[in-house]
Design a binder for this molecule. Structure first.
Ligand code: NAD
Length: 481
């Protein structure tokens, strides 16, 4: 059994109350680690440590070039220890070893990229319309950041906050999901070695309603960077309004994969398979609604189900496994509920729809890759975020109908478009109301490219140059000479 501690002001600590909670391995369905159940007192200590580091001492005084060097060193250490970080997330989350190894090898790029930006934040001298006035702008760190992450991709989604926030000169208190805190704490083992002063990066572990809420409501927090569900996001945004905390919200999705009659069908099938079954469908950008031209429907369903039936399920550590377990017990139950809702709503189940009882799945929380046809956009299964390996297939006749259906959800995170018509690709980019549009590809991300959603999928953007400004305030300075 692994016994983790929280990380406050550079020290490994237990909760002040001494309380702990357990984390389960989704492949074995057994407890593998315990963690401190932090509450208000621990959160208060962490926020005070972060504020002290922000306002005085070596971090507050550090030149941005030196800050950038620290970020790059951190990136090097992550590259060195990528296997250990990947292993913690495979055990805690059930993500595939092959995927995690690739991801941990890529994470350093965010620290190199934002490390490079740290000393390139420039103010401007304004050609002001007043006589004898000298007016300029300066950018300053927004302050103490509460970084709240979900269970589906803990290290990646933390990195998207940590790298730009540190580059901007902020300090952080991180609260990972109660289901998957281990990899975040493994990452903290590298913080001292990289040379970050105590208090710059802190981690409290615990549950959303007590530990998470204590953090987001704390008056010492200036900004909340949250990734998680829509309901939690709404609650946090309402709480943040009391003190006007700055907010970045990355929430849910119900992303469409629009397949036109001229698409390369083989490529589209592969793109949809990875878009919905990667990470067992537990990604905010899961392409969970296929909107396909009626002339291609039957051929698509035949090819898609043939390919999906070959997916190997089982031990996430086995490099040959293609679909792993669902990460949490409640999520496993929710996915089965959603499948029930789809059936009773009139959708036709053509594949899967049950718990996977293959011998290689053992006692783990596995769900068979599931496909519904005869779905219409009004059905609940076409509107609700399942966050599991469940695909809904809807048909269309005209291009205008396709855009309208793709946009007809409360979300606007991502969309995929499969066509060989270049003019249509540009029309797609204009017509689809989503933060990421993938054309003849799906689910690619980069430290250079903005990530975030329209509508109920959130506000603000992570990654890309502008992301550093999510962690900066702008000051206008006037001088009468
Ligand atoms: P969740 O909202 O239940 O939890 C996310 C985090 O918020 C956890 O750390 C949790 O403890 C904390 N939390 C919950 N209630 C809180 C409260 N009242 N105050 C403060 N903190 C609170 O989400 P989840 O189930 O962990 O994650 C799945 C969701 O995340 C899905 O909806 C998915 O679409 C979304 N997601 C979005 C993106 C994106 O970038 N848009 C990426 C990944 C996941």
């Amino acid at each position: 059994m692994h016994a983790y501690q929280a990380f406050i002001n550079g020290d490994w600590v237990d909760a002040a109350s001494g309380a702990r909670f357990e984390s389960e391995d989704p492949f074995t369905a057994k407890v593998w680690a315990t963690l401190p159940r932090c509450g208000e007192e621990d959160v208060d200590r962490a926020v005070k440590a972060a504020r002290a580091a922000l306002e005085r001492g070596p971090w507050a005084e550090m030149h941005p070039t030196a800050r950038g060097a620290l970020l790059r060193k951190f990136g090097d250490l992550i590259a060195r220890d990528a296997d250990q970080l990947a292993l913690a997330e495979v055990r805690d989350n059930g993500k595939l070893w092959a995927e995690m190894r690739g991801q941990c090898g890529y994470l350093p790029q965010w620290f190199y990229y934002f490390g490079g930006l740290a000393d390139k934040v420039e103010g401007a001298v304004l050609p002001i319309d007043k006589p004898d006035m000298f007016t300029y702008t300066r950018h300053e760190p927004v302050g103490v950041v509460a970084a709240i992450t979900p269970w589906n991709s803990p290290l990646l989604l933390l990195t998207w906050k940590l790298a730009p926030a540190l580059a901007a000169g902020c300090t952080l208190v991180i609260k990972p999901s109660e289901f998957t805190s281990a990899s975040t704490l493994e990452l903290m083992k590298l913080v001292k070695e990289a040379g970050f002063p105590p208090g710059v990066i802190n981690v409290v572990t615990g549950f959303g309603p007590d530990c998470g809420a204590a953090l987001t409501n704390h008056p010492g927090v200036d900004k909340i960077a949250f990734t998680g569900g829509e309901a939690s996001g709404r609650m946090i945004a309402k709480g943040a309004a009391d003190t006007f905390k700055r907010l970045t919200l990355e929430l849910g999705g119900k992303s469409a994969q629009v397949i036109f009659e001229d698409a390369n069908l083989e490529n589209a099938v592969k793109g949809v398979v990875s878009g919905i079954f990667a990470a067992t469908g537990q990604t905010c950008i899961a392409g969970s609604r296929v909107i396909i031209h009626e002339s291609l429907h039957d051929a698509f369903v035949a090819q898609f189900t043939a390919m999906a039936k070959q997916a190997r399920m089982g031990d996430p550590l086995d490099p040959d496994t293609q679909v792993g377990p669902v990460t949490t017990r409640p999520q496993f139950a929710r996915i089965l509920d959603c499948i029930g809702i789809a059936k009773s709503g009139g959708a036709k189940l053509v594949m899967g729809g049950t718990r996977a009882t293959r011998p290689e799945c053992g006692d783990g929380w596995f769900i068979e890759p599931t496909v519904f046809t005869h779905v219409t956009n009004e059905m609940e299964i076409a509107q609700t975020e399942v966050f599991g390996p469940v695909l809904s297939i809807i048909t269309f006749r005209t291009e205008e109908d396709a855009w309208a259906m793709a946009n007809d959800t409360p979300y606007g995170l991502a969309a995929g478009v499969w066509t060989q018509d270049q003019a249509r690709m540009f029309r797609a980019a204009k017509k689809l109301r989503a933060g990421m549009i993938w054309t003849n590809c799906y689910r690619t991300v980069s430290y250079m490219s903005p990530f975030g959603g329209f509508k109920n999928s959130g506000q603000g953007r992570e990654s890309g140059q502008a992301a550093i400004h999510e962690y900066l305030e702008t000051k206008a300075v006037w001088m009468d000479y």
